[in-house]
Design a protein around this ligand. Structure first.
Ligand code: SAJ
Length: 427
């Protein structure tokens, strides 16, 4: 690419005239599109789902995140953000294209990059001369280059992995530092100028696309491995009668100890997923990463531990209530939820159970194959997700005879006739 193209785009960024296309308006793309529009850029959001387009055009949002609602209404009303079907004509009009599509794993826990591949194939129909392409979707090292660097035209290419924490109102997209690695200095420089024009916190430049991809792999694999470590310690504490939470809380006094907490499992579309992209990449390089693979398995097997605890106290005819289905507290998202994995394990075990998640409607429970249970007295309650409403709701299903299987170590004292937690108990 020529210096003129870079200078021209840099100038447009400088005056916020660069037209930005955000491909994919989910929990990553929508807040990002709103942020750029709010800061004055002309932003076009690209979606494949006409229903979602209609919702956004009414200034409503389909994410369970009310913190973006006010800004969404204003950028839609003042038309700095418009949304449209993902098509080649509209793409051609953009100076910058930011890719924010999901990169899940399939049932064999292999990378499923079909959404990203479909974006790449759409982009391949357009001459990308002078455009800046940014991949924010989480991928294994080398994937951005392999999938996005051989398209038509002379364009700038960068990887800047998303780092959103869904449901975390204090970590809005505008304050999360962005790691930026490009195919060359000019690409990186353009992306730095773009993100610095909207971010409060500094950007973190790295030397290549692969370095940026590897940062994301390390961040999330680090979290998965450390959660697995405390899960293993919880199993040890379970045997030696020590309270894992007391141990963790005391260990926090050591400056080099970053606390993680045991639970019935690790859900969401990041922590239990991204390390499988890493393992797939490592395998392609002939590298084994047993710490990673063992940790993922450890986390996935925590539901077996919870099932054993439940089976130990269960008697035929007991009413069992599983409270919470989503993957983490106060987040309405069931992707890779360990509670659903537990429910699947229990099916056919002879243990009958009701489920209740305060964040999910009756029909959303039914879409998951459950009737929405009610908050009435239960003989046994399994805490699947420690939503904020649990403190209030537990008054309705607990009595002095209820046994609690606490999959989130929510309770820190005896309630009902006793609490069996993950590496702790109050009996
Ligand atoms: N969990 C534990 N023990 C812990 C922490 C979490 O069992 O100590 C479980 C949670 O209940 C959940 C899963 O692990 O089921 C994931 O928890 P999370 O807090 O990491 O939730 P996510 O997936 O929303 O994490 C996101 C991630 N962001 C991105 O990948 C872009 C992650 O990298 C961040 O560390 C996290 O937000 C955050 O805290 O910012």
């Amino acid at each position: 690419m020529t210096g003129y193209q870079a200078q021209n785009l840099l100038r447009k960024i400088g005056v916020k005239h660069a037209r930005i296309g955000v491909i994919g308006l989910g929990y990553v793309g929508l807040p990002l599109a709103i942020l750029f529009a709010k800061r004055g850029y002309p932003v076009k959001g690209f979606l494949r789902d006409k229903k979602k387009i209609a919702i956004l055009e009414r200034g409503r949002n389909y994410l369970d995140d009310d913190s973006i609602q006010k800004d969404l209404e204003s950028v839609i009303t003042n038309k700095t953000l418009s949304v449209t079907l993902f098509n080649k004509l509209r793409i051609d009009e953009q100076d910058i294209l930011i890719i924010c599509v999901p990169t899940p794993i399939n049932e064999r826990k292999e990378p499923d990059t079909s959404a990203l591949d479909s974006v790449a194939s759409m982009l391949s129909t357009v001459n990308l001369d002078g455009k800046l392409i940014i991949n924010e979707s989480t991928v294994a090292p080398g994937m951005t280059r392999r999938k996005l660097s051989h398209l038509k035209g002379k364009y700038f290419l960068v990887c800047s992995p998303e780092r959103i924490d869904p449901g975390n109102k204090t970590k809005s997209v505008s304050i999360i530092p962005k790691v930026i690695g490009g195919t060359d200095r000019e690409s990186q420089k353009l992306a730095i100028a773009l993100y610095e024009s909207v971010l409060i916190n500094p950007v973190i430049p790295v030397s290549s696309l692969e370095a940026a991809e590897t940062v994301k792999m390390l961040e999330n694999t680090y979290r998965a491995v450390n959660i697995a470590l405390v899960n293993e310690f919880a199993l040890l504490c379970d045997k030696n009668g020590v309270d894992i939470m007391e141990v963790i809380n005391a260990a926090k006094s050591k400056w080099s100890f970053q606390p993680h907490y045991p639970s019935l499992g690790v859900g969401g579309h990041c922590i239990p997923v991204d390390p499988y992209y890493l393992l797939s990449y490592a395998a392609s390089k002939g590298i084994a990463m047993p710490v990673v693979s063992e940790s993922l398995m450890r986390n996935e097997l925590m539901v077996e531990y919870v099932k054993e605890k439940l089976a130990f106290v269960y008697h035929k005819g007991n009413r069992v209530l599983i409270y919470g289905l989503t993957y983490k507290k106060d987040v309405k998202d069931v992707r890779e939820s360990p509670v659903l994995a537990l429910c699947n394990l229990l099916k056919g075990s002879g243990i009958l159970f009701d489920v209740y998640d305060p964040l999910l409607s009756k029909s959303e429970h039914e879409e998951l194959g459950f009737a929405k249970g009610n908050l009435t007295r239960a003989d046994i309650v399994v805490i699947g997700t420690d939503h904020s409403s649990l403190r209030r709701d537990c008054m309705r299903f607990l009595d002095e005879k209820t046994i609690v299987i606490d999959g989130r170590n929510f309770f820190n004292r005896k309630v009902g006739s006793g609490v069996i937690g993950i590496g702790r108990s109050f009996l």
